[in-house]
Design a protein around this ligand. Sequence first.
Ligand SMILES: Cc1ncc(COP(=O)(O)O)c(C=O)c1O
Length: 376
Amino acid sequence: MSGFNTRAIHVGSEPDPSTGAVNPPVYLTSTYAQDGVGVPRFSDYGRVDNPTRAALEHCLADLENAQFGVAFASGLAGEDALLRTLAPGDHVILGNDAYGGTYRLLTRIFGDWGVNVTCVELSDVDRVRDAFRPNTRMLWVETPSNPLLNVASIRVLSDAAHDNGALLVVDNTFATPYLQRPLDLGADVVVHSTTKYIGGHSDVIGGFVATNDDELASTLKFHQYAIGAVPGPLDCYLLVRGVKTLGVRMDRHCSNARAVAAFLQTHEAVERVIYPGLSTHPGHDVAKEQMSDFGGMVSFTMKGGTGAARKVCESTRVFTLAESLGGVESLIELPAVMTHASTAGSLLELPESLVRLSVGIEDVEDLLEDLAGALN
Ligand SMILES: Cc1ncc(COP(=O)(O)O)c(C=O)c1O
Protein backbone atom coordinates (compact mmCIF):
# COMPACT_ATOMS: atom_id res chain seq x y z
CA MET A 1 0.00 0.00 0.00
CA SER A 2 1.51 3.30 -0.94
CA GLY A 3 -1.04 6.14 -0.81
CA PHE A 4 -1.27 8.03 2.49
CA ASN A 5 -5.06 7.77 2.83
CA THR A 6 -5.08 4.08 1.94
CA ARG A 7 -2.45 3.43 4.60
CA ALA A 8 -4.26 5.57 7.17
CA ILE A 9 -7.42 3.52 6.64
CA HIS A 10 -5.98 0.01 6.34
CA VAL A 11 -2.62 -0.36 8.10
CA GLY A 12 -3.22 -1.98 11.49
CA SER A 13 -6.95 -2.28 10.73
CA GLU A 14 -7.04 -5.49 8.72
CA PRO A 15 -10.40 -7.31 9.16
CA ASP A 16 -10.49 -9.22 12.46
CA PRO A 17 -9.44 -12.82 11.63
CA SER A 18 -12.05 -14.47 13.84
CA THR A 19 -15.14 -12.40 12.94
CA GLY A 20 -14.31 -10.35 9.86
CA ALA A 21 -15.12 -7.12 11.75
CA VAL A 22 -13.65 -4.30 9.64
CA ASN A 23 -12.55 -2.30 12.67
CA PRO A 24 -10.03 -3.44 15.29
CA PRO A 25 -11.85 -4.68 18.40
CA VAL A 26 -11.48 -2.61 21.57
CA TYR A 27 -9.69 -5.11 23.77
CA LEU A 28 -10.87 -4.09 27.23
CA THR A 29 -8.65 -6.43 29.17
CA SER A 30 -5.98 -5.92 31.80
CA THR A 31 -4.50 -9.40 31.48
CA TYR A 32 -4.28 -12.45 29.17
CA ALA A 33 -4.78 -16.17 29.74
CA GLN A 34 -1.59 -18.21 29.82
CA ASP A 35 -1.35 -21.66 28.21
CA GLY A 36 1.29 -22.68 30.76
CA VAL A 37 3.21 -20.85 33.46
CA GLY A 38 4.97 -17.97 31.73
CA VAL A 39 3.40 -18.83 28.33
CA PRO A 40 0.86 -16.06 27.66
CA ARG A 41 -1.12 -16.21 24.43
CA PHE A 42 -0.60 -12.54 23.60
CA SER A 43 1.21 -10.72 26.40
CA ASP A 44 1.60 -11.11 30.14
CA TYR A 45 -0.21 -7.88 31.09
CA GLY A 46 -2.29 -5.03 29.65
CA ARG A 47 0.24 -2.33 30.49
CA VAL A 48 2.87 -4.20 28.47
CA ASP A 49 0.77 -4.73 25.36
CA ASN A 50 -2.75 -4.44 24.05
CA PRO A 51 -3.96 -5.39 20.54
CA THR A 52 -5.91 -2.13 20.00
CA ARG A 53 -2.82 -0.17 21.03
CA ALA A 54 -0.69 -2.30 18.70
CA ALA A 55 -3.06 -1.48 15.81
CA LEU A 56 -2.64 2.24 16.52
CA GLU A 57 1.14 2.02 16.83
CA HIS A 58 1.44 0.07 13.61
CA CYS A 59 -0.63 2.61 11.67
CA LEU A 60 0.99 5.79 13.03
CA ALA A 61 4.53 4.43 12.60
CA ASP A 62 3.70 3.57 9.00
CA LEU A 63 2.35 7.07 8.31
CA GLU A 64 5.56 8.64 9.67
CA ASN A 65 7.65 6.22 7.52
CA ALA A 66 9.05 4.90 10.79
CA GLN A 67 9.98 1.32 11.63
CA PHE A 68 8.96 1.77 15.27
CA GLY A 69 6.26 3.68 17.12
CA VAL A 70 5.20 3.78 20.74
CA ALA A 71 1.89 5.23 22.00
CA PHE A 72 1.44 7.06 25.30
CA ALA A 73 -1.36 8.43 27.45
CA SER A 74 -0.64 12.04 26.35
CA GLY A 75 1.79 14.01 24.23
CA LEU A 76 3.67 15.03 27.36
CA ALA A 77 3.84 11.41 28.58
CA GLY A 78 5.54 10.53 25.27
CA GLU A 79 7.96 13.45 25.64
CA ASP A 80 8.68 12.34 29.21
CA ALA A 81 9.46 8.77 28.10
CA LEU A 82 11.85 10.14 25.47
CA LEU A 83 13.53 12.65 27.80
CA ARG A 84 14.15 9.88 30.33
CA THR A 85 16.80 8.56 27.95
CA LEU A 86 18.86 11.55 29.18
CA ALA A 87 21.08 11.52 32.26
CA PRO A 88 21.71 14.27 34.82
CA GLY A 89 24.32 16.63 33.36
CA ASP A 90 23.05 16.25 29.78
CA HIS A 91 22.13 19.29 27.73
CA VAL A 92 19.17 19.91 25.41
CA ILE A 93 18.67 22.73 22.89
CA LEU A 94 15.03 23.77 22.58
CA GLY A 95 13.47 26.19 20.10
CA ASN A 96 12.64 29.47 21.82
CA ASP A 97 9.04 29.17 20.66
CA ALA A 98 8.23 25.67 21.88
CA TYR A 99 4.89 24.59 23.36
CA GLY A 100 4.74 25.85 26.96
CA GLY A 101 4.18 22.36 28.37
CA THR A 102 7.36 21.05 26.70
CA TYR A 103 9.30 23.98 28.15
CA ARG A 104 7.78 23.36 31.60
CA LEU A 105 8.60 19.63 31.46
CA LEU A 106 12.18 20.28 30.42
CA THR A 107 12.92 23.11 32.83
CA ARG A 108 10.84 22.22 35.90
CA ILE A 109 10.96 18.43 35.91
CA PHE A 110 14.12 17.51 34.00
CA GLY A 111 15.83 20.76 35.05
CA ASP A 112 15.47 19.77 38.71
CA TRP A 113 16.87 16.37 37.79
CA GLY A 114 20.03 17.97 36.38
CA VAL A 115 19.28 18.34 32.66
CA ASN A 116 20.39 21.71 31.26
CA VAL A 117 18.32 23.50 28.63
CA THR A 118 19.25 26.30 26.23
CA CYS A 119 16.47 28.02 24.27
CA VAL A 120 17.45 29.39 20.85
CA GLU A 121 15.90 30.94 17.77
CA LEU A 122 15.83 28.00 15.36
CA SER A 123 15.82 30.00 12.14
CA ASP A 124 19.30 31.33 13.05
CA VAL A 125 21.45 28.28 12.28
CA ASP A 126 24.68 29.93 13.44
CA ARG A 127 23.10 30.55 16.85
CA VAL A 128 21.87 26.96 16.96
CA ARG A 129 25.35 25.67 16.10
CA ASP A 130 26.91 27.93 18.75
CA ALA A 131 24.55 26.54 21.39
CA PHE A 132 25.92 22.98 21.18
CA ARG A 133 28.11 21.78 24.04
CA PRO A 134 30.03 18.53 24.35
CA ASN A 135 27.17 17.17 26.51
CA THR A 136 24.33 18.21 24.14
CA ARG A 137 22.22 15.12 23.48
CA MET A 138 19.13 16.54 21.76
CA LEU A 139 18.03 19.41 19.57
CA TRP A 140 14.25 19.73 20.06
CA VAL A 141 12.32 21.41 17.25
CA GLU A 142 8.67 22.24 16.74
CA THR A 143 7.86 23.19 13.17
CA PRO A 144 5.51 24.91 12.62
CA SER A 145 5.75 26.04 16.23
CA ASN A 146 2.98 26.64 18.73
CA PRO A 147 1.65 29.38 18.67
CA LEU A 148 4.02 31.59 16.64
CA LEU A 149 3.99 29.24 13.63
CA ASN A 150 7.69 29.69 13.04
CA VAL A 151 9.10 27.30 10.47
CA ALA A 152 12.53 25.71 10.89
CA SER A 153 14.42 23.71 8.28
CA ILE A 154 14.48 20.07 9.40
CA ARG A 155 17.29 19.24 6.95
CA VAL A 156 19.53 22.10 8.10
CA LEU A 157 18.90 21.38 11.78
CA SER A 158 19.48 17.65 11.36
CA ASP A 159 22.93 18.41 9.90
CA ALA A 160 23.66 20.71 12.86
CA ALA A 161 22.54 18.06 15.38
CA HIS A 162 24.41 15.21 13.71
CA ASP A 163 27.63 17.22 13.30
CA ASN A 164 27.51 17.60 17.08
CA GLY A 165 26.61 14.00 17.93
CA ALA A 166 23.07 14.90 19.06
CA LEU A 167 19.62 13.62 18.09
CA LEU A 168 17.17 15.80 16.21
CA VAL A 169 13.71 15.51 17.77
CA VAL A 170 10.81 17.02 15.79
CA ASP A 171 7.40 17.69 17.31
CA ASN A 172 5.19 17.07 14.27
CA THR A 173 1.88 17.80 16.02
CA PHE A 174 0.99 20.88 13.93
CA ALA A 175 1.95 19.50 10.51
CA THR A 176 0.96 15.84 11.01
CA PRO A 177 2.52 13.14 8.81
CA TYR A 178 0.02 14.07 6.09
CA LEU A 179 1.83 17.37 5.48
CA GLN A 180 5.38 16.64 6.69
CA ARG A 181 7.48 13.55 7.44
CA PRO A 182 10.46 14.62 9.54
CA LEU A 183 12.26 11.24 9.53
CA ASP A 184 12.53 11.45 5.73
CA LEU A 185 14.15 14.89 6.15
CA GLY A 186 16.84 13.74 8.60
CA ALA A 187 15.15 13.80 12.02
CA ASP A 188 15.91 10.94 14.41
CA VAL A 189 12.72 11.03 16.46
CA VAL A 190 9.20 12.37 15.88
CA VAL A 191 6.89 13.21 18.77
CA HIS A 192 3.16 13.89 18.61
CA SER A 193 0.33 15.05 20.71
CA THR A 194 -2.23 12.74 19.07
CA THR A 195 -4.80 14.69 21.07
CA LYS A 196 -4.79 17.17 18.17
CA TYR A 197 -5.14 16.46 14.44
CA ILE A 198 -4.54 12.71 14.61
CA GLY A 199 -7.49 12.21 16.97
CA GLY A 200 -9.19 15.10 15.21
CA HIS A 201 -12.42 15.26 17.23
CA SER A 202 -11.36 16.75 20.60
CA ASP A 203 -12.47 13.60 22.38
CA VAL A 204 -9.21 11.93 23.41
CA ILE A 205 -5.79 12.72 24.93
CA GLY A 206 -2.81 10.81 23.54
CA GLY A 207 0.84 10.87 22.52
CA PHE A 208 3.11 9.04 20.11
CA VAL A 209 6.85 8.73 19.51
CA ALA A 210 8.29 7.33 16.26
CA THR A 211 11.86 6.47 15.24
CA ASN A 212 13.93 4.23 12.98
CA ASP A 213 16.52 3.65 15.72
CA ASP A 214 15.89 0.16 17.11
CA GLU A 215 17.88 0.71 20.31
CA LEU A 216 15.97 3.91 21.10
CA ALA A 217 12.69 2.17 20.20
CA SER A 218 13.33 -0.63 22.69
CA THR A 219 14.18 1.90 25.41
CA LEU A 220 10.93 3.75 24.65
CA LYS A 221 8.98 0.50 24.76
CA PHE A 222 10.65 -0.29 28.09
CA HIS A 223 9.72 3.17 29.41
CA GLN A 224 6.16 2.65 28.17
CA TYR A 225 5.57 -0.37 30.41
CA ALA A 226 8.08 0.36 33.18
CA ILE A 227 6.73 3.88 33.82
CA GLY A 228 3.22 3.03 32.71
CA ALA A 229 1.79 6.14 31.03
CA VAL A 230 -0.12 3.97 28.55
CA PRO A 231 -3.24 4.94 26.61
CA GLY A 232 -6.36 2.87 27.34
CA PRO A 233 -7.82 0.60 24.64
CA LEU A 234 -10.83 2.85 24.02
CA ASP A 235 -8.55 5.88 23.56
CA CYS A 236 -6.45 3.86 21.11
CA TYR A 237 -9.60 2.94 19.19
CA LEU A 238 -10.69 6.59 18.98
CA LEU A 239 -7.26 7.46 17.58
CA VAL A 240 -7.38 4.58 15.05
CA ARG A 241 -10.77 5.85 13.94
CA GLY A 242 -9.66 9.48 13.87
CA VAL A 243 -6.52 8.94 11.82
CA LYS A 244 -8.47 7.26 8.99
CA THR A 245 -9.83 10.69 7.98
CA LEU A 246 -6.66 12.68 8.71
CA GLY A 247 -5.96 13.40 5.02
CA VAL A 248 -9.42 14.68 4.12
CA ARG A 249 -9.64 16.70 7.33
CA MET A 250 -6.22 18.27 6.80
CA ASP A 251 -7.10 19.29 3.23
CA ARG A 252 -10.13 21.15 4.57
CA HIS A 253 -8.25 22.59 7.59
CA CYS A 254 -5.61 23.95 5.20
CA SER A 255 -8.04 25.51 2.73
CA ASN A 256 -10.13 27.07 5.50
CA ALA A 257 -7.00 28.40 7.24
CA ARG A 258 -5.76 29.92 3.98
CA ALA A 259 -9.08 31.77 3.57
CA VAL A 260 -9.08 32.91 7.22
CA ALA A 261 -5.50 34.21 6.95
CA ALA A 262 -6.32 36.10 3.74
CA PHE A 263 -9.41 37.64 5.37
CA LEU A 264 -7.55 38.71 8.52
CA GLN A 265 -4.84 40.32 6.41
CA THR A 266 -7.39 42.72 4.97
CA HIS A 267 -8.95 43.66 8.33
CA GLU A 268 -8.02 47.07 9.72
CA ALA A 269 -8.16 45.99 13.40
CA VAL A 270 -5.55 43.29 12.82
CA GLU A 271 -1.90 44.24 13.19
CA ARG A 272 -0.11 41.12 11.87
CA VAL A 273 -1.25 37.76 10.53
CA ILE A 274 1.01 34.76 11.02
CA TYR A 275 0.43 31.85 8.64
CA PRO A 276 3.20 29.88 6.90
CA GLY A 277 1.14 29.87 3.69
CA LEU A 278 1.44 33.66 3.32
CA SER A 279 4.30 34.72 1.07
CA THR A 280 5.12 37.39 3.69
CA HIS A 281 5.83 34.70 6.33
CA PRO A 282 9.62 34.48 6.89
CA GLY A 283 9.51 30.68 6.80
CA HIS A 284 7.26 30.43 3.72
CA ASP A 285 9.95 29.08 1.37
CA VAL A 286 11.18 26.46 3.86
CA ALA A 287 7.57 25.46 4.57
CA LYS A 288 6.96 25.07 0.83
CA GLU A 289 10.00 22.79 0.58
CA GLN A 290 9.29 20.48 3.51
CA MET A 291 5.49 20.54 3.83
CA SER A 292 2.86 19.64 1.24
CA ASP A 293 0.51 22.36 2.57
CA PHE A 294 0.61 24.92 5.38
CA GLY A 295 -1.69 23.56 8.08
CA GLY A 296 -4.79 24.68 9.92
CA MET A 297 -3.37 27.05 12.53
CA VAL A 298 -3.43 30.84 12.15
CA SER A 299 -2.20 33.39 14.70
CA PHE A 300 -2.59 37.15 14.66
CA THR A 301 -1.95 40.22 16.77
CA MET A 302 -4.45 43.03 17.30
CA LYS A 303 -3.66 46.72 16.80
CA GLY A 304 -5.69 47.43 19.95
CA GLY A 305 -3.36 45.26 22.08
CA THR A 306 -4.38 42.99 24.94
CA GLY A 307 -7.88 44.42 25.49
CA ALA A 308 -8.81 44.06 21.83
CA ALA A 309 -7.39 40.52 21.67
CA ARG A 310 -9.41 39.45 24.73
CA LYS A 311 -12.54 40.99 23.27
CA VAL A 312 -12.20 39.05 20.01
CA CYS A 313 -11.67 35.80 21.92
CA GLU A 314 -14.81 36.43 23.96
CA SER A 315 -16.97 37.55 21.00
CA THR A 316 -16.89 34.68 18.48
CA ARG A 317 -19.83 32.28 18.24
CA VAL A 318 -18.62 29.57 15.88
CA PHE A 319 -15.01 29.62 17.13
CA THR A 320 -15.16 28.28 20.71
CA LEU A 321 -12.93 29.94 23.31
CA ALA A 322 -10.89 26.96 24.47
CA GLU A 323 -7.39 25.50 24.71
CA SER A 324 -6.18 22.69 22.44
CA LEU A 325 -6.38 22.46 18.65
CA GLY A 326 -6.69 20.15 15.70
CA GLY A 327 -10.32 19.09 16.13
CA VAL A 328 -13.03 19.42 13.51
CA GLU A 329 -14.45 22.45 15.36
CA SER A 330 -12.79 25.88 15.25
CA LEU A 331 -11.20 27.15 18.46
CA ILE A 332 -9.84 30.55 19.52
CA GLU A 333 -7.56 31.36 22.46
CA LEU A 334 -5.10 33.80 24.00
CA PRO A 335 -1.87 31.77 24.34
CA ALA A 336 -0.08 34.16 26.75
CA VAL A 337 -2.63 33.53 29.49
CA MET A 338 -4.02 30.16 28.41
CA THR A 339 -1.95 27.41 26.71
CA HIS A 340 1.39 29.12 27.24
CA ALA A 341 0.85 30.71 30.67
CA SER A 342 3.75 28.62 32.01
CA THR A 343 6.18 30.63 29.84
CA ALA A 344 5.34 33.94 31.62
CA GLY A 345 8.50 35.73 32.72
CA SER A 346 10.71 33.40 30.64
CA LEU A 347 12.49 33.81 27.32
CA LEU A 348 9.46 32.19 25.71
CA GLU A 349 6.94 34.74 27.02
CA LEU A 350 4.32 35.76 24.43
CA PRO A 351 2.55 39.08 23.82
CA GLU A 352 -0.98 39.19 25.23
CA SER A 353 -2.18 40.74 21.98
CA LEU A 354 -1.54 37.42 20.20
CA VAL A 355 -4.62 35.38 19.30
CA ARG A 356 -4.35 31.77 18.12
CA LEU A 357 -6.95 30.11 15.91
CA SER A 358 -7.34 26.41 15.31
CA VAL A 359 -9.32 26.64 12.10
CA GLY A 360 -11.80 23.77 11.90
CA ILE A 361 -13.57 22.17 8.97
CA GLU A 362 -16.90 24.01 9.18
CA ASP A 363 -18.21 25.97 6.18
CA VAL A 364 -15.64 28.68 5.58
CA GLU A 365 -18.29 31.39 5.00
CA ASP A 366 -19.52 30.84 8.57
CA LEU A 367 -15.99 31.13 9.95
CA LEU A 368 -15.30 34.37 8.08
CA GLU A 369 -18.65 35.85 9.12
CA ASP A 370 -17.98 34.91 12.75
CA LEU A 371 -14.54 36.53 12.75
CA ALA A 372 -15.84 39.63 10.97
CA GLY A 373 -18.50 40.02 13.67
CA ALA A 374 -16.04 39.54 16.54
CA LEU A 375 -13.49 41.97 15.09
CA ASN A 376 -15.98 44.82 14.67
C1 LIG B 1 2.98 21.14 19.88
C2 LIG B 1 2.53 20.37 21.09
N1 LIG B 1 3.29 19.37 21.56
C3 LIG B 1 2.92 18.65 22.64
C4 LIG B 1 1.77 18.93 23.34
C5 LIG B 1 1.40 18.14 24.57
O1 LIG B 1 0.40 17.22 24.25
P1 LIG B 1 -0.72 16.69 25.28
O2 LIG B 1 -1.58 17.84 25.64
O3 LIG B 1 -1.41 15.62 24.50
O4 LIG B 1 0.02 16.14 26.47
C6 LIG B 1 0.94 19.96 22.88
C7 LIG B 1 -0.30 20.28 23.59
O5 LIG B 1 -0.95 21.28 23.33
C8 LIG B 1 1.33 20.71 21.73
O6 LIG B 1 0.58 21.71 21.25
